[in-house]
Design a protein around this ligand. Structure first.
Ligand SMILES: [Zn+2]
Length: 362
C-alpha cells in the first residue's frame, strides 16, 4: 500500500460534536459542503441529502459512496405545566443509556442545554430499581419550573434533541471517544475518500453521498439514489463492535481493521463485490473483519433495491456503544477504512462493475 498521510482527526471531531438528528441534519450537511466544495459538483435531493459528484476518466460506472448524516436523537413531544419536555425517539435507543445524560434542544434561537431527568435512588422503591424506564416516561429538564420559562427559551414542539458529549482521545493508543460515531465516522470517511481522489484519474465517476434520515428508515438512501443513479454502491458506517464481555464469535474488534458486512436482515451484499473487496484488502495489506449480522440494517437496505438493483456492500469502522452518548473507535481502523475504500474505488472500472451484475450465466 502506498503510504499516505493520516486522515484528519479534526474533521472527525467536528463531525462528532456537531448536531444532526434525523430531519435536522443541517450542521452536518454544512460541514460536508465546506469540505467537498473543492472536490466535486454538489447537488441535493429534496429530503436534504447532499451529493458530491467527481468524474474520473469516464462517466460510467457510477460508484456511490453512501454515508448517512444523521444520528439518533429525539423530538420534543409536549411541554408540561412544570416546564419539562416529553420526547419521542428518532432512531433506536435503549432506556438504560439515557437517564442523567446531557442533551441539547435545537430551538429556533439556538441550542438550549438540558439533562434527561432521573429520579434519585433515594426516591425509588426496590422493584422500580430493577426496571428499564420507557422513553415515554422520561423528560428533558432545561432547568425550567414552568412552561412559560420553556417558551421564553424559544423551545417549541417538534424541536430536535441531541446528545451532548465532548470528543476525547483516550490514553490507550488510537482510542477515540465521542458521540455519533454512527455515522460521523462514515461521513468523515466519505469526505476523506473524495478529497483523496482530487487530481486522480479514477476509472469511473464517484458520487459521495451524505444521506438524511437513515436512523428512522433509510429514507435519504432511497431518495438520493434517484439522483446518484448508482451502478455500484459502498455504504460507509460505524458498525457495532462486539468485543465486549460475554460476547463470543467476535466479528467487530477495535483495532483489528475495518469490517465488511456480508449480511444483515435488510441487505445481502453482492457476492462478487465482496470478493473484490477481499482481494483489494489482501493485495494492499489492509486488515479486514467479516460480519454476518443477525440484526441491524443500513442504507444498503434502500440502495441495493433501487431501480433494477444495485450491487452494494457495507464497510464499517467497529465502534463500541453506538446509539449512546459515548462511543469508542480506533483511529487505525478509521484510516485503514479510508485506504481500503480508496483502493476499491480505483479498482471499480467498467469491466469489473459489469461483471458484478452479469447474470447471463451462473
Ligand atoms: Zn448508522
Amino acid at each position: 500500500m502506498t503510504a499516505r498521510p493520516d486522515c484528519s482527526m479534526e474533521l472527525l471531531k467536528e463531525l462528532s460534536q456537531a448536531a444532526g438528528p434525523p430531519g435536522s441534519e443541517g450542521e452536518i450537511r454544512g460541514i460536508v459542503r465546506r469540505e467537498l466544495e473543492p472536490a466535486g459538483r454538489l447537488t441535493y435531493d429534496r429530503l436534504g441529502s447532499i451529493l458530491c459528484e467527481k468524474q474520473g476518466r469516464v462517466e460510467h460506472p457510477r460508484v456511490v459512496l453512501d454515508s448517512h448524516l444523521d444520528e439518533v436523537g429525539f423530538m420534543v413531544q409536549s411541554i408540561s405545566n412544570e416546564g419539562k419536555l416529553a420526547m419521542v425517539p428518532l432512531g433506536g435507543w435503549w432506556g438504560h443509556v439515557l437517564l442523567g445524560q446531557r442533551v441539547e434542544v435545537m430551538a429556533g434561537g439556538g441550542k438550549i442545554p438540558g439533562v434527561i431527568g432521573s429520579t434519585p435512588p433515594h426516591f425509588l422503591a426496590a422493584d422500580q430499581r430493577d426496571k428499564v424506564i420507557g422513553i415515554d416516561k422520561m423528560y428533558v429538564d432545561v432547568g425550567a419550573s414552568e412552561s412559560s420559562q420553556v417558551e421564553a427559551l424559544g423551545i417549541r414542539l417538534g424541536d430536535a434533541v441531541v446528545p451532548r458529549t465532548e470528543f476525547m482521545k483516550f490514553p490507550v493508543p488510537g482510542i477515540l471517544s465521542g458521540k455519533a460515531f454512527d455515522n460521523r465516522a462514515g461521513v468523515g470517511l466519505m469526505c476523506e475518500v473524495l478529497l483523496a481522489l482530487r487530481g486522480k484519474a479514477h476509472p469511473n465517476t464517484v458520487i459521495g453521498v451524505g444521506s438524511v434520515q437513515e436512523e428512522v428508515g433509510c429514507r435519504g438512501g432511497a431518495t438520493s439514489s434517484t439522483l446518484s443513479a448508482p451502478d455500484v454502491a459502498v455504504v460507509l458506517e460505524a458498525t457495532p463492535a462486539d468485543d465486549l464481555p460475554g460476547f463470543e464469535d467476535r466479528q467487530a474488534i477495535l483495532g483489528k481493521g475495518p469490517q465488511i458486512r456480508l449480511f444483515d436482515p435488510t441487505a445481502i451484499s453482492n457476492r462478487r463485490l465482496v470478493e473484490k473487496v477481499l482481494e483489494v484488502a489482501g493485495s494492499c495489506d489492509i486488515p479486514l473483519q467479516q460480519a454476518v449480522r443477525r440484526t441491524g440494517g443500513t442504507d444498503a437496505k434502500t440502495i441495493h433495491g433501487h431501480g433494477a438493483g444495485v450491487p452494494t456492500v457495507v464497510i464499517g469502522v467497529p465502534s463500541r456503544y453506538i446509539h449512546t452518548h459515548v462511543s469508542l473507535l480506533h483511529w487505525d481502523d478509521y484510516c485503514a477504512a479510508r485506504n481500503l475504500v480508496l483502493e476499491l474505488v480505483l479498482a471499480l472500472d467498467r469491466e469489473t462493475v459489469s461483471g458484478l451484475v452479469d447474470f447471463s450465466q451462473g
